[in-house]
Design a protein around this ligand. Structure first.
Ligand SMILES: [Zn+2]
Length: 291
């Protein structure tokens, strides 16, 4: 069962819906970064959110969610492109966080609620655009809902969830996002909100085996649902030695000179996939000739 998302419109185009299953890609993120239970949930929710924002890009581009909450996790980055490639990391992957009193993972406590959520759209041809909003509770779903409503002025509801098993494995992960169109009738908005508030946790629906289409139908089946697109989602870093080389060059001559003199070369580890790239003394000397 591959991960994917669907895009749909409901009613007479009154709202856009995205529903995503991300179980495998979040498990892959956990394996790559060796994340502890609560970090897996926090990173997984962020990855699902990024995947859904990425799917709404009309052209080639990358969307980056950056969460800086002041909690012990210190920060999360999640990125996705319009082709369903998703990647991300947390600053403190191995962080242990005690469970909440109700036995649930304390994502809000790990992320913190005193901070900001940034969303950057890099559409290649234009200057990147970054929107920002305050965090509400650090649980990420509500934070993203608030961001969309306040920074992008789209009344939205976002639900994100990751079910982590006792051994830390990802048992289910996914999310849905509803965005109201400006012309939607207020009675319909109310009805949709009502449906969402009564919905089971998205991770439970996915664990039960519901597909993104079935989740959309379950939530909004009584309105007319029209599926527009199905898109595969994968954890894919896309880093390459070429890109890391240009990153090294962008540091400038002096920085490279320092690396040569102090370290006798460079070892660059990709934050997103953990891949190590070693540049020997000789290779740095070759790069220095570019200046
Ligand atoms: Zn990488």
């Amino acid at each position: 069962m591959k991960d994917y998302l669907v895009r749909a419109i409901i009613g007479e185009g009154d709202a856009r819906v995205l529903a995503a299953r991300t179980t495998h890609l979040v498990e892959e993120a956990r394996e790559k970064h060796d994340t502890a239970h609560t970090v897996t949930a926090a990173l997984g929710r962020s990855l699902s959110g990024a995947a859904m924002l990425g799917a709404q890009l009309k052209e080639e581009g990358i969307v980056t969610i950056r969460i800086a909450g002041g909690g012990p996790i210190k920060g999360i980055i999640a990125q996705a492109d319009h082709q369903g490639n998703v990647r991300g990391y947390a600053i403190e992957p191995r962080l242990f966080v005690p469970l909440k009193e109700d036995g649930k993972l304390d994502v809000g406590g790990a992320v913190g609620d005193q901070g900001k959520l940034y969303v950057t759209y890099d559409l290649k041809l234009k200057e990147p655009y970054t929107g920002v909003s305050e965090l509400i509770n650090g649980e990420i779903g509500e934070d993203l809902t608030y961001y969309l409503a306040h920074s992008e002025q789209i009344p939205s509801a976002v639900s994100l969830g990751v079910l982590v098993g006792p051994a830390g494995e990802v048992r289910a992960s996914g999310g849905f996002m509803v965005q109201m169109m400006p012309k939607a009738e207020s009675s319909l908005v109310e009805e949709i909100e009502n449906r969402i508030s009564k919905a089971a946790f998205i991770s439970s629906l996915i664990e039960e085996g519901l597909t993104p289409e079935e989740i959309t139908e379950k939530l909004f089946g009584e309105f007319k649902v029209q599926f527009l697109e199905k898109r595969e989602l994968n954890y894919h870093c896309g880093c390459s030695r070429d890109r890391i080389t240009s990153m090294l060059l962008s540091l400038g001559k002096e920085e490279l000179q320092d690396m040569l003199e102090e370290d006798g070369g460079a070892e660059i580890r990709c934050h997103f996939c953990g891949e190590k790239n070693v540049f020997s003394e000789e290779e740095i000397r070759v790069l220095l000739k570019e200046f």
